[in-house]
Design a protein around this ligand. Structure first.
Ligand SMILES: Nc1ncnc2c1ncn2[C@@H]1O[C@H](COP(=O)(O)OP(=O)(O)OP(=O)(O)O)[C@@H](O)[C@H]1O
Ligand SMILES: [Mg+2]
Length: 306
């Protein structure tokens, strides 16, 4: 549904984005993570035909962003960082205006649906200029999906929203995905990325890594297994555990230990067998999840090379 090849954009001498290669399938939710200034918004603008690439190429729904940027924009819904709404028009008028531009048939029921959903229905006749930041953002999200586009680009959709509204947006993303829509989501919220996205691309001028949230966490850093035992694990046993195949590191921790291993399916049973052999009573064995945030920060610190 979205394909980019060596996509890049310079601003004068400054290279904001370079060599982005990605293939996003129909129905996929693709997250873009990256620090401030990493080029997330620029990449979104490139993929929606809002800014022209200075290198490479990209297609959305089979349409080239270079040759037919206007046609790309009719196929997509976009929430930009600074959604331009008409301050003097009210909420309904704003959405009606966009519904007309996109040729939405019978837009009023849809407009009512989204305004109710985002808790804006009672404020529908007020000029949007008097709306709070979060209210404007919700209206802009409604606008992005009103014409039921095949591909939806959301640039930090929940950044200004309270927890309840964020939840409504996340539910909307799930719903769009269930309906087979393709979604690209820039976010700084790692928890959100992990919950919503099928794959995550870590972007810092270029895509450093693309993987499922789970694989991203695991591929780079292996697995941690926590073992609680009755009494402390003797040093000689810790040494023997460290010598096992697939085990990278074992550290004692209170009554028990934490082992860093390559593959839990083969290595955890080895750890357990050895402890049993040495007569150390096991109370609990659990795989310890590393948060995506840990991995992400390490990744950026290391310049993306694991
Ligand atoms: N129109 C422009 N003219 C000049 N430089 C630009 C322009 N747009 C973006 N840049 C530069 O490109 C880089 C990437 O910006 P971009 O907005 O894509 O980052 P981002 O990843 O979205 O950051 P944030 O998390 O802060 O939103 C920045 O250094 C920015 O200053
Ligand atoms: Mg941005």
């Amino acid at each position: 549904m979205i394909r980019a090849e060596k996509l890049g954009r310079r601003f004068g001498d400054y290279v904001a984005v370079e060599d982005v290669n990605v293939d996003i399938a129909k129905g996929e939710v693709f997250g873009v993570l990256g620090p401030n200034g990493a080029g997330k918004t620029t990449t979104l603008r490139l993929l929606t035909g809002l800014v022209a690439p200075t290198s490479g190429r990209a297609e959305v729904a089979g349409i080239s962003v270079i040759d037919e940027p206007e046609r790309v924009r009719t196929k997509v819904g976009i929430l930009t960082e600074t959604p331009g709404l008409y301050a003097r028009l009210d909420a309904i008028e704003n959405l009606r205006f966009y519904a007309d531009v996109y040729g939405v048939n019978d837009p009023l029921p849809k407009i009512q649906h989204y305004l109710e959903r985002f808790g804006l229905w009672s404020r529908r006749h007020e000029p949007v200029g008097a709306f709070s930041k979060g209210m404007r953002q919700k209206l802009a999200i409604a606008r992005a999906v009103l014409h039921d586009p095949e591909v939806v680009f959301l640039d930090e959709p929940t950044s200004a929203l309270d927890p309840e509204s964020s939840r409504i947006v996340r539910d909307l993303v799930e719903e769009l995905r269930a309906a087979g829509r393709t979604i690209v989501l820039c976010t700084h919220n790692l928890d959100e990325a992990e919950r919503l996205c099928d794959r995550i691309g870590v972007l810092k001028r270029t895509l450093l890594h693309v993987d499922t949230p789970k694989a991203l966490r695991r591929k780079l850093y292996g697995h941690l297994v926590e073992i609680d035992t009755l009494g402390t694990v003797p040093d000689a046993v810790l040494e023997a555990l460290r010598a096992l195949e697939g085990v990278r590191e074992v550290t004692a921790r209170g009554e028990g230990c934490v082992a860093s291993i390559a593959d839990p399916r083969t290595d955890t049973p080895r750890l357990v067998s050895l402890l049993v052999e040495r007569g150390v009573p096991i109370l609990r064995v659990a795989e310890q999840a590393r948060s995506l945030e840990d991995v992400y920060l390490d990744l950026l610190r290391e310049g993306g090379r694991p």
